[in-house]
Design a protein around this ligand. Structure first.
Ligand SMILES: *Cc1c(COP(=O)(O)O)cnc(C)c1O
Length: 385
């Protein structure tokens, strides 16, 4: 059999779309001028950066001046939390988030706690859903910010942001969401969701890595966390990553243009693969059956170590991830899987497959067949021991 190569880890990184790369290239070697300079070629670069800002804004129903380009999702999340906390520290010292956020939310929250802020980490149900009523109950006169991710990067659960947005609006509390995984997989509308801040991430949507943006609703009080020049409305100093920004905007354009079609195609493939995988004895689906990112499958297998399983899948040309890539260098089980109630043992036997533009329907049969025979093999070996 010809060795295949099936990449199913699009939640950790996506290939740069050739159409994205093509529009980026001239900005490395030809249009390299600093957009802050005053001569004509720099003004052309500045104009193109501003066009890119409009495209990114358009993809989430925002205004161009509400888009702050950053060096990725981590930086945008840090800016949202530290920026709002600093600006409003005299008004209140309470932040609400969830237990299943990305580390780039949870780690800044830990620092805020050391700085004297109180942080409430809302739990989730067995499917990974936050209950909006619990958020409302947690709000106090001290609350300045609620940060709840739009969709979880490990288990794919999509949160009821519309309901949360109504609550934060009513209580006049800022509302931030990390939408790093979402563009191209579901509609994202900052007006409909009543958001004040939103994180975007180029590297997860077929754009270059190391670029992203924070949407900051006009009038939102926020302080910069990287200081220097006056770029990005004074909120993010540093010479603009022009090729990155141009590529990111193209990625946003492509993602939103094809969103409906791709969401349908991928959720169809996702559900087929889930059905096949659940035929394997001792398997279970993690996350929500329907409130789920179109490309996400997270499953646990009893009595299996995911590292061993990943190794054998790799030898068959299948590239997946154990829970979340961020956890692979440590042995501790995923905080997300623990939060939905999995035992540490079952959490250690969990795999995440995230489909993408290259995923074809033939891949589904191959992956489920390899998975099933590999698990049989691993289980019979562990029984012999
Ligand atoms: C990948 C990811 C991030 C971090 O983005 P970087 O580009 O690595 O900085 C943040 N949040 C979520 C949900 C992600 O999936």
């Amino acid at each position: 059999m010809v060795k295949r190569s099936i990449y199913l880890d699009h939640a950790s990184a996506t290939p740069v779309d050739p159409r994205v790369l093509k529009v980026m290239l001239p900005y490395f070697t030809h249009w390299y001028a600093n957009p802050a300079s005053l001569y004509s070629i720099a003004r052309k670069v500045k104009t193109d950066v501003e066009k890119a800002r409009s495209v990114v804004a358009g993809s989430i129903n925002a205004r161009p001046e509400e888009i702050i380009f950053t060096a990725g999702g981590t930086e945008a999340n840090n800016l949202a939390l530290f920026g709002v906390a600093q600006a409003l520290r005299n008004r209140g010292n309470h932040v609400i988030t969830s237990q299943i956020e990305h580390q780039s939310i949870l780690s800044p929250c830990k620092v805020l706690e050391k700085q004297g802020f109180k942080v409430t980490y809302i739990g989730v149900d067995q499917f990974g859903l936050v209950n909006p009523k619990e958020i409302e109950r947690a709000i106090t006169p001290e609350t300045i910010l609620v940060s709840i991710m739009l969709a979880n990067n490990e288990i794919g659960t999509i949160q009821p942001l519309t309901d949360i947005g109504k609550i934060t609006r009513r209580h006049k509390v800022y509302f931030h969401t990390d939408a790093s995984q979402c563009l191209g997989l579901l509609p994202v509308d900052v007006q409909g969701l009543k958001l004040d801040l939103l994180t975007l991430n180029s590297g997860k949507i077929y754009g270059p890595k190391g670029v992203g943006a924070l949407y900051v609703r006009r009038g939102t009080q926020i302080r910069p966390s990287i200081l220097g020049g006056s770029q990005e409305m004074g909120l993010r100093a540093g010479t603009s990553n022009v090729p990155g920004i141009i590529g990111f905007a193209k990625a946003c354009e492509l993602a939103t243009k094809d969103q409906e079609k791709e969401q349908k195609r991928l959720s169809n493939l996702r559900d087929k693969l889930i059905t096949e995988i659940l035929k394997i004895p001792g398997s279970r689906l993690n996350g929500h059956a329907t409130e789920r990112l179109a490309n996400n499958i997270n499953v646990s297998f009893s009595g299996i170590e995911s590292e061993a399983l990943l190794f054998y899948l790799d030898t068959s040309g299948i590239y997946a991830s154990a829970g979340s890539a961020c956890h692979t260098s440590t042995i501790s089980p995923s905080h997300v899987l623990l939060a939905i109630g999995l035992s540490p043992e079952l959490a250690q036997g969990s795999l995440r497959f995230t489909l993408g533009r290259s995923t074809k329907s033939q891949d589904i049969a191959y992956v489920s067949q390899v998975l099933s025979t590999t698990i049989d093999k691993l289980r019979s070996v562990s029984q012999e021991r």
